[in-house]
Ligand binder design. Structure first.
Ligand code: VG1
Ligand code: CO
Length: 544
């Protein structure tokens, strides 16, 4: 077998965003596109000691091009003289499972092939992210370095070898590299079994408790079937859309009120099950529903933190701290205060939680974008959140709605929504932000939607562990009595630009109509940022 050094030239635009490099699938299929990026990852993670003693893992969410990409990466790994490559059987591995594999097997890192909640298919999206030896997403410093390497690349390494069988567990040698196909469920299931009391959860299902889990034809199907059906004894029809499909069956695998329509309809129908949940393309997000009841991600984070010590075996010693991304609602802050533990506010993106967890500063983390997780791994974890809720339901014997209402009674309620304006012209959107930045200094003291603005700034974060500074992380308007308006541009899209507008209003009265409270704030914000003038838009595509 011959190792090959293939000449190449830099390709513009290979800059990782909020979570890895995401592009149209056809872009990834262009000559040398994937090879350049993967070789740049190898160049960036090279610590000078070579790769012969290192192990990496690879797997993806099963979307179109997953299998072909794995075959190419096998050759690149062998071309770079990697010691060992672990591949999830069938090319499958959820993002949280990758984190579990890296941590449990103590390996150097892993590549996840996924564009997460973005649709899949030849005309949709593909993506690659790199996770480091702590099991977490590459830090900003590393993604910057990878980007630099993509701008300097002149050669990638490969090997002359045909495609290998990735559908059967086993091991072969390619050049100096051992390639092993592993069960992608094993490490993950073992990790969650340590945290949750499966015996107690089995009794919940035995008692006739009914749940519906929507895997959205994406990666979580096999994990959900193993855990809920095989291990916890739930009936097989508990899991819907449970087989990973290359195009996710045409579903947009983003578990929110708009895209998880089938699940939402069934939970709002007569004779609905007790509990409903869904996860996204790569299995790191979660949607939580009760009978005719939606739990916002911010409330879910706060409620999991509130009950963790009593209801979940793995947290019986209490929590060290809670972290949330800046746009996420402040519900968790109130729980942290009542528990007497610190609350950390980070920029959007899971990579910012890693240092806090590694340093033992926080146990539970969450984002408004349906991401929740803990220090059991270094990724957000959709099924973990579902298991947390099952544990809380089993422990309290109450319904989802009762648990949330009791939380609001005790802590008050953050009325919260995110409005997404998709497909904006990139230049127009940046001009709009530039103009908004110039206005910030004069906003404090002014009134918006009957609320006085206390602070208007652009969020900047100094990592308390390594001191690194991340600037430009979203414009925030802090209003009186606990209201907030946050604006930022998405870093995960592949076409045009998405504006995200996050609205929060706090009240001790928890039975008001959410639209009556938030709509005036949304309208006033659209005026303030002159969305119509710059982007010819007034109304969001998604409200969730
Ligand atoms: C979005 C979310 C962010 C999340 C990221 C990756 O990023 O807002 O909270 O961490 O997606 O999630 P952005 O830049 O588009 O707002 V996932 O499930 O795609 O790994
Ligand atoms: Co995801």
């Amino acid at each position: 077998m011959q190792r090959l050094a293939v000449k190449t030239t830099p390709i513009v635009g290979q800059k990782p965003g909020t979570s890895g490099l995401r592009k149209k699938t056809r872009t990834f299929m262009q000559q040398h596109y994937l090879e350049n990026f993967v070789q740049s990852i190898f160049n960036a993670i090279d610590d000078g000691n070579g790769f012969s003693h290192k192990t990496l893992a690879i797997g993806g969410d099963g979307r179109y091009y997953n299998r072909q990409a794995i075959q190419k990466i096998v050759r690149i790994a062998a071309g770079n003289g990697l010691g060992k490559l672990l591949i999830g059987q069938g090319g499958i591995m959820s993002t949280p499972a990758m984190s579990a594999v890296i941590r449990r097997r103590n390996i150097y890192g892993g590549l996840i092939l996924s564009a997460s909640h973005n649709p899949g298919g030849i005309d949709e999206d593909f993506g690659i992210k790199y996770n480091s030896s702590n099991g977490g997403p590459a830090t900003e410093t590393l993604t910057e370095l990878i980007y630099q390497k993509t701008q300097q690349i002149d050669t990638y390494f490969s090997i002359d070898h045909p495609d290998i069988d990735i559908d059967h567990i086993g091991s072969i040698r390619i050049g100096d590299t051992t390639v092993e196909v592993i069960d992608p469920l094993e490490d993950y299931v073992a990790t969650v079994e340590q945290i949750f009391d499966f015996e107690k959860l089995r009794r919940l299902f035995e008692s006739g408790f009914r749940m519906l889990f929507d895997a959205m034809n994406a990666v979580t199907g096999p994990y959900a079937k193993r855990i809920f059906v095989e291990l916890l004894g739930a009936p097989p029809d508990t899991v819907i859309n449970g087989t990973p499909l290359e195009d996710f069956g045409g579903i947009h695998p983003d578990p929110n009120l708009v895209y998880a329509a089938e699940l939402v309809n069934r939970l709002y129908a007569k004779d609905a099950p007790d509990f409903g949940a869904a996860s996204d393309g790569d299995g790191d997000r979660n949607l939580i529903l009760g009978k005719s009841f939606f739990v916002t991600p911010g409330d879910s984070l706060a409620i999991i933190a509130e009950h963790a010590k009593d209801a979940i075996r793995g947290y019986a010693n209490g929590l060290r701290g809670i972290a949330r991304s800046m746009p996420t609602s402040t519900a968790a802050d109130r729980v942290a205060a009542s528990l007497g533990i610190p609350l950390y506010e980070t920029p959007t993106g899971w990579k910012f939680f890693g240092n806090l967890m590694d340093a033992g500063l926080c146990t539970i983390c969450g984002e408004e974008s349906f991401g929740t997780g803990s220090d059991h791994i270094r990724e957000k974890d959709g099924l973990w959140a579902v298991l947390c809720w099952l544990s809380i339901l089993a422990h309290t014997g109450r319904s989802v709605a009762e648990i949330v209402r009791l939380h609001w009674q005790r802590f008050g309620r953050s009325y919260y929504q995110r409005h997404d304006f998709d497909d904006l012209d990139q230049n127009a959107a940046s001009e709009m932000f530039s103009s908004l930045r110039t206005k910030l200094a004069d906003l404090a003291g002014r009134v918006i939607a009957d609320r006085k603005i206390i602070l208007a700034d652009e969020f900047s974060y100094t990592d308390p562990v390594d001191g690194s500074v991340s600037k430009g992380q979203g414009i925030r308007l802090i209003l009186e009595s606990g209201s907030r308006i946050i604006l930022r541009l998405s870093g995960t899209g592949t076409a045009g630009t998405t504006l995200r507008m996050y609205l929060e209003s706090y009240s001790s009265n928890y039975d008001s109509n959410i639209d009556e409270i938030l709509s005036p704030m949304a309208e006033a914000t659209v005026e303030l940022i002159e969305l119509e003038k710059y982007c010819s838009r007034r109304h969001p595509n998604v409200k969730t």
